[in-house]
Design a protein around this ligand. Structure first.
Ligand code: HSE
Length: 311
């Protein structure tokens, strides 16, 4: 049996569209067990208990690449990451399946190979990198190959996610984006992304407030999020350092210094038309943790030695 724990993640972080990602202490756990035959999936709604399940698909793609043949498989899930809310639930499924297959097969692939497979399945690296390796990451693609680096994030900074009861589909949230960007808008985002990374490292409040602004995706996507302006106003009025759409939305994320932030906004939030769940979250610095299979200890994936035996 193999257990894979994967953190949630918030992608983009304002101006860092399709680039920045941050792992969060909110987890999905997947157990993989070899069976004599068939496929059993437990711990998810009935409609996901089939071969189209994303965890299973990621497992199968990885197993096929390794040449790992399995008679039957049981996947059991314990999921805390809400689905279709911009908190990296699909990246968690993909990372879970990819790492689960590799561990059950006997740790065949390198970290780099596993990262490549996961990004190929997900389509973009900005949630996969933090989900796999933890912390604050910046990633890029070069000819379909993903690369990432880790950045430091100040430990005093806290996050508060406002998770609405409604969903926004990522592909719909990509369709509303324009095909071309204005030169000045591109410069607006590049400059702010560079400054934001340093500000997140030092925790400089003024520079975080200045650099969180985005012109590439949020002006279009906020129209898909009911009550975006009202929620944003409430957060800003209560000293949020940064209000931004988490990933493709609809969760609205805040960077705050006050751990009582949820109490400060509570009275205003309950008067809104939709239900918003305010959740304080900390940075996960470890990323995915694999236990069992070839690994006998519970070691964060980012800290394991590269034990690849090659394919
Ligand atoms: N960077 C992606 C987007 C994240 O904003 O569309 C989606 O999960």
């Amino acid at each position: 049996m193999v257990k894979v724990q994967v953190p949630a993640s918030t992608a983009n972080i304002g101006p860092g569209f399709d680039t920045l990602g941050l792992a969060l202490k909110l987890y999905n756990i997947y157990f993989f067990e070899e069976l004599q035959e068939g496929l059993i999936i437990d711990g998810c709604p009935q409609k996901f208990k089939n071969e189209n399940n994303l965890v299973y698909k990621a497992f199968k793609i990885t197993a096929d690449k390794i040449g790992f043949k399995i008679k039957g498989l049981k996947i059991t899930m314990e999921t805390d990451i809400p689905v279709s809310r911009g908190l990296g639930s699909s990246a968690a499924c993909v990372v879970g399946g990819v790492l689960g297959a590799n561990a059950l097969a006997g740790n065949i692939l390198s970290k780099e190979e596993l990262f490549n497979i996961a990004v190929e399945i997900e389509g973009h690296p900005d949630n996969i990198a933090p989900a796999m390796f933890g912390g604050l990451t910046a990633s890029l693609m070069l000819e379909s190959k993903p690369y990432y680096v880790k950045h430091e994030i100040n430990k005093d900074l806290k996050l508060c996610a406002l998770i609405p009861e409604f969903e926004v589909n990522t592909s719909e949230a990509r369709k509303v984006l324009p095909c071309k960007v204005d030169y000045k808008e591109a410069v607006h985002n590049i400059s702010r992304t560079a400054v934001l990374l340093k500000a997140l490292q030092t925790g400089n409040e003024e520079m975080i407030k200045l650099s969180i602004d985005d012109l590439l995706h949020q002006p279009y996507r906020k129209l898909l999020i009911y009550e975006y302006d009202k929620v944003s106003e409430i957060c800003k009025n209560n000293d949020s350092l940064a209000v931004f759409i988490s990933g493709a939305g609809p969760t609205i994320m805040n960077i705050v210094k006050n751990s009582n932030f949820t109490k400060l906004i509570q009275n205003d939030i309950i008067n809104l038309a939709y239900k918003w769940n305010a959740k304080m979250l900390e940075t996960d610095f470890d990323g995915a943790v694999v236990t069992g299979g070839y690994n006998d200890k519970e070691v964060p994936y980012s800290k394991q030695k590269n034990t690849s035996r090659g394919i």
